[in-house]
Design a protein around this ligand. Structure first.
Ligand SMILES: [Zn+2]
Length: 117
């Protein structure tokens, strides 16, 4: 019986180690968020880690997918915002001048690396 006890303890320790390992070495979450403002007023902010579609007022549609925010549709005449690339890093922004909509990223990944490069 004593031998079995040791096996049990070993199993418990091994399981604990696995859980701790998963906890500490899980992939880094991108904790950046897309902040949307309309005419200077904060409309809302959404984490880049969750895929979603955001209707910004009546004139813009933002899609957050795979950790990036992308303006996929707008009713503005120039469509400059739609043509901008998806953004994912702090300091990047998509601006729709006609609709006064600004999408910017806060707290994105690789902040220190960006500062160096
Ligand atoms: Zn636009």
């Amino acid at each position: 019986m004593k031998k079995n006890d040791w096996i049990l303890i070993a199993v418990v320790l091994a399981v604990s180690a696995v859980f701790l390992g998963v906890y500490f070495f899980r992939p880094q979450q991108k904790d950046g968020a897309a902040v949307v403002t309309i005419d200077g007023e904060v409309f809302g902010s959404w984490p880049l880690s969750e895929d979603r579609t955001v209707e910004i007022g009546d004139g813009n549609r933002l899609v957050i997918k795979d950790g990036k925010a992308d303006m996929v549709w707008a009713d503005c005449p120039d469509k400059l915002c739609v043509n901008q690339k998806a953004i994912s890093r702090e300091g990047e922004s998509i601006i729709c001048l006609p609709n006064k909509v600004v999408v910017s990223i806060t707290g994105g990944e690789e902040r220190e690396l960006d500062a160096v490069t």
